[in-house]
Structures are given as C-alpha cells and as structure tokens.
Design a protein around this ligand. Sequence first.
Ligand code: AHM
Ligand code: MG
Length: 342
Amino acid sequence: MSAVERQNGEHSLPVNIADHIRAESQLHPEVTGSLASILTDLTRVAKEISFTVNTAGIQNLYRSTGRTNAYGENVIQLDEKANQQFKDILANNDNVAGFSSEEEEGFVPYPNSEDGKYILWFDPLDGSSNFDINGSVGSIFSIYKRVSPDKTPVDEKDFIQKGSEQVCAGYFLYGPSTMLVYTARFGVYRFTLNPSVGEFVLPKEYAQIATPDSGGIYSVNEAYSNNWPDSVKSYVNHLKTRPGATSRYVGSLVADVDRDLLKGGVYLYPADSNHPTGKLRLNCEANPLAFVVEQAGGAATDGTNRILDLQPESLLQTTPLIIGSKNEVELFRQFTQRPLWQ
Ligand code: AHM
Ligand code: MG
C-alpha cells in the first residue's frame, strides 16, 4: 500500500508522520524534499523538548537564568534549553539558512548553510507561566523561503516577511499528550506523539481539520478588563450573553488557540493601556497561529487588519491578536470599529 493510499485512509491504522510527509510530497510538488526534511527535524526537536518538559522539575529547569530576553522578560532555564534544542537540531539541516526566535536578540545565520532556501522563526517554549505548575505549554514554528539571494548569508529582510508568505507553520502542544498541528497550505493536520514508540501518528478524525464557523468559547485574560478600551469591554460582555457562552483561559497561547480551533470560539489578547501594541509577537506567535487557523477556515485580525497581511517593521514587533472562529473574529472588528461602542 502506497503512502498516498495510507494517507487517504484506505487502511485501518493511523498514518505515521513519515508516511504522511511522503504522501504530501507525492501529492504536492511544493512539498519538496527540503521542506519535508525540515518538518521531520522539527518533530525530532519536539520529541526532545517533550522529554525536557516532562523532566524539567527533576532537572531543576524552573529557575531563572538571571537574564532578560529582547522583550524584557525573565528567561527561565527551560526556555533556554528548548531554544538550544531547536538550534542544535536545525544546525544540521543544510536547507535552513538561519533562524530567529523569541529567545534571540536578532536573527542567527547558520555558518556554511548559505545554500539553504529556508529560514525559520520559532518560539521554543511558549506559556512560561505554566512551566512550574505542570500546565500545558507549546512550541510554535514558521517556515519561509528566504528573499535574500542564494549563496549569501541571510539578512533581516528574510525575517520580516508578511505572514501570508509562510510556506509551512504549526505548533507542538505539550499537554497530557504531545501533539503536532501544522499546515503547508494543503490542509491542517493534528498528530499525536505515541510515546511508546516515539512516533507522531495521525488519527483519522484529525486529518484535514476544519474549525467551526462559530463557537461559544472565549479565551482572554479578563483581569486586564479595566485596561481595555470600552469597545473591547462591550464585545466581551456581548459574548457572555450568547447561548453556549463559556470562558476558558489556560494562559498558554498554543493550548488556548488549539482548543478554540477544535471546538469553536475566540482567543483575544487585545491592546490595552499596559500593552498599547498588544503583547504577542507578530513573527513568532501571531503569524504562525494565524496561518494554521486560516487554513482550517478560521480568521485572525489585529482588530483592523488581517494578521497575515501585516508588514512587519521589526523583528520584535508585537500585535493585538484576535483569532479563532470566523464569526467571532468578524464580530470583534464590528464592535471595535463602531463609534457607538467607543
Ligand atoms: P511567553 O512567550 O512569555 O510565554 O508569553 C506568551 C504567553 C501566551 O502563551 C499567553 O497567551 C499569554 O502570554 C499570557 O499572558 P498573560 O499572562 O498576560 O495573560
Ligand atoms: Mg511566547
């Protein structure tokens, strides 16, 4: 049985990631060997990080490194270790010319990889407030073709491309299971790591997932509501009045967005008086998640513009983020653009 037949479900066993990548490469010429090799390496990184997260308490990795990152946030040892795990595995992949990450000051060229056609953005481990309480956390990644000429070192232009230029993006969620959710524009797939054999497998119901057009879940840190503009307060108050309304906030972007993707609803981290341009990072958090959610039929906005249309002006740019089911994202736009609710 060919990889494509297995992928199409003509088999009772879940498809493993290697078969899936082979099938995608056969079906879509855009999924070249180099892109497939990067995706495979990312699954290796995630297996290492998954183990690190599971054992972080006994490895004493919840302590601060004593450093702050480019956003002025305290760097925990677990953040630093996860960043190093990404760095080390991708360094051996000649297709990757360089990367940038939430934990780096700028972008990092890989020496001797000037022939590499791709660059990566990643947030090695997101959801730091959940580390020491054994809550869900995640890794987020985004792959772009470089724009600088081949055979030259990468430059900043490679790392400030619009999100609509992503060729592949996704996240790993480290919760009760470790999961991979990704898209390379040909559907959104949600794999589960089978830890007994160390392999990501795709249950049939999670192939080509579609997010509901509408849903009652809203995910927001409501403790900040006194700092929100009136229009945002009105929007959230309106969500509460609808049938099926319920609030869920893990405080870990990957876990919150993943839940809303499956069940329908909206995650928001709007601009507020303490975060006038939002908190979340456009390049390594908002763009990859927006790409996944849009490919599943959802939407993502900064309140005015589609996230994927924003032209990043800097590596460190932050953005308000409203992401999830189409109807709730559109509703946010309507509320916040109507002077009546200002
Ligand atoms: P981090 O990259 O430092 O972990 O920050 C990002 C996290 C998101 O995962 C989460 O949605 C948000 O910050 C929570 O922020 P807050 O504690 O302000 O609600
Ligand atoms: Mg983060």
